[in-house]
Design a binder for this molecule. Structure first.
Ligand code: GMT
Length: 382
C-alpha cells in the first residue's frame, strides 16, 4: 500500500512509534511517505521504500504564530495527490489529525484517502481536552476513518472525555526486539567500580516528575552505591539539578541530554525509573523491559498495562517517595530478583508488544479503511 505518516519529529514517544511503524511497514513492502518539519528523531539512514517530505512554513512579520498547521495540510495534500496515497496515518491528534482532514478536503473525489488517527496521550489528556482545542480534536476524531489509542486506559479516557459515537480501537505500542537487547557494548563506559546504574529517560516535562527521580535517588544512595543517569532534555532539568544540589548528591548524577541510540545505553541500567504523573503507555518502560532491565514506575494510566507489579518491576503511587525508594533498594540489592524481573520483562515485551503482531493489526486496519474509502469519504464509521 501507499501510506502517508505525519508525526511530531522531536524526541517523544509518538514520533518514535510513528517512525518505528514506518520502518516496519517499509520492510513489509509498503511505500511510506513521512511529512514533517524535519526528519523524525529516529529516522536515520537510507531506506528503499521510505520518502521524507519537508513542511516549509513561511515566516512573515504579520504572523505572531506562523500557521504551521495550514502548511502541513497543504503539504499532505500535495504529497497524497502526487503519490496516490491510499491511507494517511496521523500520529497525535493535534494538529496532525485535523491537518490531514483538511488536506483530504482539498483533493478531488478520485484522490481521496483513508485517515487513521492514533492517539498517544497528551493529545487527549492535556492538549485536546483544553477548551481551545477540544472542539477540533473531537471533530478530527469523528471524521477520521479509524481512531486508535495506545492503551485501554487512553481509549477509556478519550471515550469519557469526548463521548464519541464511534469506537476507538486499542493498538499497543511495540518495539524492535532486534534493536533492544540485553547486551550493550557500552556497559563499562557508564559504570564505575561496582556501582549500580539507575536510569531515567524522558523529555523532562512536569508530567514526568523528574524531581521525584532525584528525591528517591537520594534515599537509594543511603543504602546502595549508585549513579543516576538522566537521559533527555526539557524544562524540568534545572529544577532536578536544583534539588540534587540541595540534597548534596549532584556528583552522583550524570546528564546525557538527548541520546539517539537509546538501545546502546539502556542495557547498562540496573533499574529504569519513570515516576510520571501519568503515562498513556510508557514506551521507555517497554524499551527497558526488552533490555531485561527491571522498571520502577507509577501505577498511573496505561503503564499498568505495560509493567506488571512485582513481576517485571514495581508500580507505586504517584509521589510516594518512600515506597519508590524501598522498591528501588530492594531490587538493586537483590541480583536474583533483578534477573528474574529482567527475564520476565523481556519475555512480556516480546510477546504482548511483539512488533510483527502489532504491525499486522495496523495493516489490517489500513486495508479496512482503504476499502471503505471508495465511494464513502468519511470512512468506516460515518
Ligand atoms: O508525552 C507527550 O506529551 C506525548 C507523547 C510523545 O510524543 O512523547 O507521549 C505519549 O506517547 C507515547 C507513545 O505512544 C507514550 O508512550 C507516552 O506514555 C505518552 N505520554 C504521556 O501520556 C504523558
Amino acid at each position: 500500500m501507499k501510506i502517508g505518516i505525519t508525526c511530531h519529529p522531536t524526541a517523544g514517544g509518538s514520533g518514535i512509534l510513528a517512525t518505528e511503524l514506518g520502518l516496519a511497514l517499509a520492510e513489509r513492502g509498503h511505500e511510506i511517505h513521512f511529512v514533517t518539519t524535519e526528519p523524525p528523531f529516529r529516522l536515520t539512514g537510507f531506506y528503499q521504500n521510505i520518502r521524507f517530505h519537508y513542511v516549509d512554513v513561511l515566516s512573515y512579520p504579520l504572523f505572531r504564530f506562523p500557521p504551521y498547521s495550514l502548511a502541513l495540510a497543504a503539504r499532505i495534500s500535495e504529497v497524497a495527490e502526487e503519490h496516490g496515497i491510499q491511507v494517511w496515518h496521523a500520529h497525535y491528534a493535534i494538529p496532525n489529525a485535523a491537518a490531514t482532514l483538511f488536506a483530504r478536503s482539498m483533493l478531488p473525489p478520485e484522490r481521496q484517502f483513508g485517515i487513521v488517527t492514533t492517539l498517544h496521550g497528551t493529545d487527549i489528556t492535556l492538549v485536546g481536552s483544553d477548551p481551545s482545542f477540544y472542539r477540533i480534536t473531537k471533530f478530527a476524531m469523528e471524521k477520521s476513518c479509524a481512531v486508535t489509542a495506545v492503551s485501554n486506559w487512553l481509549k477509556e479516557e478519550t471515550e469519557r472525555e469526548f463521548q464519541l459515537e464511534k469506537p476507538i480501537h486499542t493498538i499497543y505500542n511495540f518495539l524492535d526486539p532486534g534493536k533492544f537487547k540485553e547486551v550493550s557494548s557500552e556497559k563499562c563506559q557508564l559504570q564505575q567500580d561496582d556501582e549500580k546504574i539507575v536510569m531515567h529517560i524522558s523529555n523532562f516535562r512536569p508530567v514526568k516528575r523528574v524531581t521525584d527521580v532525584v528525591r528517591v535517588f537520594k534515599k537509594v544512595l543511603d543504602h546502595v552505591n549508585a549513579r543516576l543517569i538522566m537521559v533527555g532534555e526539557g524544562p524540568e532539568r534545572l529544577a532536578a539539578q536544583g534539588v540534587a544540589k540541595q540534597l548534596g548528591i549532584s556528583d552522583r548524577i550524570q546528564y546525557l541530554g538527548n541520546y539517539e541510540q537509546i538501545e546502546n545505553i539502556l542495557p547498562c541500567a540496573d533499574l529504569v525509573f519513570q515516576p510520571s504523573e501519568h503515562e498513556s503507555f510508557g514506551l521507555v518502560p517497554l524499551e527497558a523491559m526488552a533490555c531485561s532491565v527491571p522498571v520502577l514506575a507509577t501505577a498511573s494510566g496505561g503503564i499498568k498495562e505495560v509493567v506488571i507489579h512485582e513481576e517485571t518491576g514495581f508500580l507505586c503511587e504517584v509521589g510516594d517517595i518512600e515506597a519508590m525508594a524501598a522498591c528501588a533498594i530492594r531490587v538493586l540489592c537483590d541480583d536474583k530478583l533483578a534477573k528474574r524481573m529482567g527475564e520476565k520483562g523481556r519475555a512480556r515485551a516480546l510477546d504482548v508488544f511483539n512488533r510483527d503482531k502489532i504491525v499486522a493489526q495496523y495493516e489490517a486496519l489500513y486495508e479496512q479503511v482503504a476499502a471503505s474509502i471508495n465511494g464513502n469519504h468519511s470512512g468506516l464509521w460515518s
